[in-house]
Design a protein around this ligand. Structure first.
Ligand code: HEC
Length: 323
């Protein structure tokens, strides 16, 4: 991460406020520029994905699918200098002659003259992301300091703010061990000690032992994605010890009705995904004790309409759905 870019940012902002005519509307990143990047850049510059069993990494190690990633830059360093398009690879690469190896996009439609102008104005105006964060997968903890300036809290952020009271940030040691177990750990919002965990299926198979390996992170976990993994009810005994868990994805796993009973002590759990599981109405009876629940997804499970109706009646504000 290039700290020098961040250190100079307030200066750029200050100067630009003085010289930018008030009549000129600022570029709205999310509304004006993001659609351009999505259409013409992000396919090659995004979070690593598994395609046909093969891991596909972002070109040049550069991700353009998140503000923190754009600020982080490529394997060769920063690609954006707020206030200075001529020092921003992200702009320079699109104005290079088409036959230059560094010309972007390297394949597909070029940016139009208007789109190039838009990118240039946005960088000149200080490269304000306006609160847009993008894909937080792989985001290093505490990486977002530079984008926090314009960050406007949304309701769920306020919710997490209340939840993170007394939670300590994770140590590098604990993070390294979780990573070794195949877990991807990302903060749920800017500078929060609260994290979301998922396991890349196909790359490293996630099973009960892998879930047990993230137990040292239990105070910090608020979202846990276990969909399509090899976990069983045994993993739910571990999950039951995560006091701040809000979102739990168990879709297409082998969890059973009995396993759900382990979860009834989770006082913060709001969203539970049981799509494509063997869960029946008997499992829903256990869930009726989880008064914090707001959404339960039961599509293609073995639950019945009647069972779902009973569950919804048992918990005020719950929207459990079977289709
Ligand atoms: C078809 C795939 C593809 C698309 C689409 C694409 N790029 Fe690239 N990009 C690459 C490849 C490949 C490289 C590495 C080139 C090299 O090493 O010479 C690269 C490198 C870069 C670099 C240089 C990174 C560095 O520091 O080495 C920047 C900046 C960049 N791309 C920006 C963009 C932008 C902005 C867009 C959209 C306008 C875009 N790219 C669209 C494939 C793509």
């Amino acid at each position: 991460m290039s700290n020098s870019v961040f250190r100079h940012t307030p200066l750029f902002f200050g100067v630009l406020c003085l010289i930018t005519p008030a009549t000129q509307a600022a570029v709205n990143f999310e509304k004006d520029l993001l659609p351009v990047l999505t259409k013409k850049c992000i396919d090659c510059h995004k979070v690593p994905a598994v395609v046909n069993g093969q891991k596909k990494d972002p070109k040049a190690g550069l991700r353009l699918d998140a503000s923190w990633a754009i600020l982080k830059g490529s394997e060769n360093g920063p690609v954006l200098t707020p206030g200075a398009p001529e020092k921003s690879g992200m702009y320079e690469s699109v104005i290079l002659p088409k036959d230059d190896d560094g010309h972007m996009p390297s394949k597909g439609d070029d940016l139009t003259a208007d789109e190039i102008k838009l990118l240039k104005s946005w960088i000149t105006e200080g490269a304000d992301f306006g609160g847009w964060v993008g894909n937080t997968e792989g985001m290093p903890l505490g990486a977002l300091t530079a984008t926090t300036k314009a960050f406007k809290p949304r309701p769920h952020d306020l919710f997490y703010a209340a939840l993170e009271k007394d939670v300590k940030p994770l140590s590098d040691d604990v993070l390294a061990k979780a990573k070794a177990a195949g877990a991807q750990v990302a903060p749920v919002k800017v500078e929060s000690p609260l994290v979301r965990i998922d396991f890349l299926t196909g790359v490293s198979k996630c099973d009960d032992a892998k879930v047990a390996a993230v137990l040292p992170l239990k105070e910090n976990i608020v979202q846990l994605e276990l969909g399509r993994t090899d976990i069983t009810d045994a993993a739910l005994k571990t999950v039951a010890q995560f006091p701040r868990l809000v979102v739990l994805d168990l879709r297409q796993t082998k969890v059973t009705d009995a396993g759900l009973e382990s979860l009834i002590g989770l006082k913060k759990l709001e969203t539970l995904n049981l799509y494509g599981t063997e869960i029946t109405d008997a499992g829903l009876k256990h869930l009726a004790k989880l008064k914090s629940l707001k959404n339960v997804y039961l599509w293609q499970s073995k639950a019945t309409e009647a069972g779902v109706k009973q569950l919804n009646a048992a918990i005020p504000g719950l929207k459990a759905s079977i289709k």
